[in-house]
Design a protein around this ligand. Structure first.
Ligand code: DCP
Ligand code: MG
Length: 442
């Protein structure tokens, strides 16, 4: 295999390693591109091999799930907390613009006097009284509650920066008492507080009350909390007493909780599945559960039936780990004018890669996938990735992978509009989650 030579300082160094240095166990078409006292990287057409000295890693096992991270000890019952902010974007706007919370506020695309084609992001509870919901067409929202001068609706396009800032402040408060912490979206987080409350469910309730007060006092927002032994139950229980509610499901209360509760309320059961089950006469969770795994499996599929049984038996995951929600860490840069100097772009790519690896180190996360994104003049965008068999957080390793991916894929003589680097297939040793720093929205 002939590797294209890219005329840069870095790449001259990168591809100057002698082929003869290849150890015998590697295929002859592979080329050694990087060598340190501890590590060798071998490139061939399809993949990159890493070799730790004395230990040959030849396969690319892409299927490995990060299974032993976070609070995974299933032998011990966990106390999980799920926190979800109330009408988040709307609440932040109300705070920022000092609006009247009793007046309907809708955040979303421009309604254009009812002709807007976008959707609603969210709305406050006053607007929900008109039947407005997230993801509804904004024209429909306008029909239900028109804006000035036709009705009381106040429509705002929204400002992402404000939400990110508020989110960071809240996450900082929530992270404090959590043995394991996971920011699941901009306005929700899971906490494993088992150790913090020493297994005491009453203490967990009191802790949620304290956190709720702290968030209101320091950030000015209201939050709802759910306390339960599994993730799915914690998430469902944070919905129960919204807004500004706390609800707890003790391990022996799970069956009662599902009694008469609509299947549609279970995260993971979408409208299609719920409608299908309703057509067979099953509307509530307990109705489907009493059918038993075998019969339900025949109707709705074995996997679904087994999963629903586990949900009701309290046997689904109680793992809280930042890796469950965060799939990658990436940074990119758009140039103010399209760049034809590819060497200068490579310098930017290297700096982005360094920043990503700095962030991953801070978070105690390593990764197996390096991905380079290149956008050309005219917006044509390509991403080029390579995986390595073991997750690492060594900047040098990923700098060289970024160099390689850029050099072998960039189309010469084309202007570049954007370049980016992403670290994917993340992994985190169990002991390192305590080092987790708050992750920002990239
Ligand atoms: N969001 C969005 N588009 C959607 C759903 C949500 O932009 N289809 C944004 C706006 C929400 C935020 O995400 O404020 C959080 O989503 P939630 O589902 O938690 O909704 P809210 O926090 O607005 O309301 P709730 O009080 O029901 O949690
Ligand atoms: Mg919310």
């Amino acid at each position: 295999m002939r590797l294209p030579i890219f005329p840069t300082r870095h790449l001259k160094k990168l591809f100057s390693q002698p082929l003869e240095d290849l150890p015998r166990e590697f295929q002859p078409f592979e080329k050694l591109v990087y060598l340190t006292p501890h590590l060798e990287i071998h490139v061939c057409e399809e993949y990159i091999n890493f070799k730790h000295r004395g230990q040959h890693c030849s396969s690319m096992s892409g299927e490995d799930e990060p299974s032993s991270i976070g609070s995974t000890d299933s032998s011990k019952e966990r106390i999980l907390v799920h926190c979800d902010l109330d009408a988040f974007f709307a609440a932040v706007e109300i705070l920022h613009h000092d609006l009247d919370p009793e007046k309907p506020l809708i955040i979303g695309s421009d309604p254009q006097g009812g002709r807007g084609r976008g959707i609603v992001s969210t709305c406050n509870y006053a607007a929900r009284a008109f039947g407005i919901r997230s993801a509804m067409p904004v024209s429909e929202a306008w029909r239900r509650c028109p804006g000035h001068p036709f009705g009381p609706g106040h429509y705002i396009r929204g400002s992402r920066g404000l939400y990110s800032r508020a989110s960071r402040q809240v996450m900082k408060i929530l992270q404090e008492p959590a043995e394991h912490f996971e920011k699941a979206s901009i306005d929700e987080a899971y906490l494993d507080v088992t150790e913090h409350v020493q297994g005491d469910w009453d203490a967990a309730f009191a802790l949620c009350r304290t956190l709720q007060d702290l968030i209101e006092e320091k950030v000015g927002l209201t939050a709802s909390f759910g306390i339960a032994p599994t993730r799915i139950l914690a998430k469902m229980s944070s919905e129960v007493n919204k807004p500004k509610g706390i609800f707890r499901i003790l391990p022996d209360e799970i069956a009662d909780f599902f009694e008469g509760r609509s299947l549609r309320e279970v995260p993971g059961i979408g409208p299609k599945r719920a409608t299908q089950l309703a057509e067979w006469g099953f509307v509530t969770v307990d109705e489907a559960y009493v059918l038993g795994e075998l019969a339900l499996g025949r109707m709705a599929g074995e996997r679904f039936a087994a999963w629903l049984m586990r949900v009701v038996d309290g046997n689904t995951s109680s793992e809280v780990s930042q890796l469950r929600s965060r799939k990658s860490i990436g940074k990119e840069q758009t140039f103010s004018t399209d760049q034809t100097d590819h060497e200068a772009v490579l310098e930017v790519l290297r700096s982005l890669t360094e920043r990503v690896l700095k962030r991953s180190k801070e978070m105690g996360i390593s990764g197996r996938l390096a991905e380079v994104k290149i956008r050309y003049t005219g917006f044509e965008t390509h991403t080029h990735g390579r995986s390595i068999p073991v997750a690492m957080d060594e900047p040098d390793v990923f700098l060289r992978l970024a160099d390689y991916l850029f050099a072998t894929n960039v189309q010469h003589n084309r202007g570049l509009r954007l370049v980016g680097f992403r670290l994917g297939q993340l992994d985190m040793p169990p002991t390192r989650q305590s080092m987790l720093l708050l992750s920002e929205e990239e």
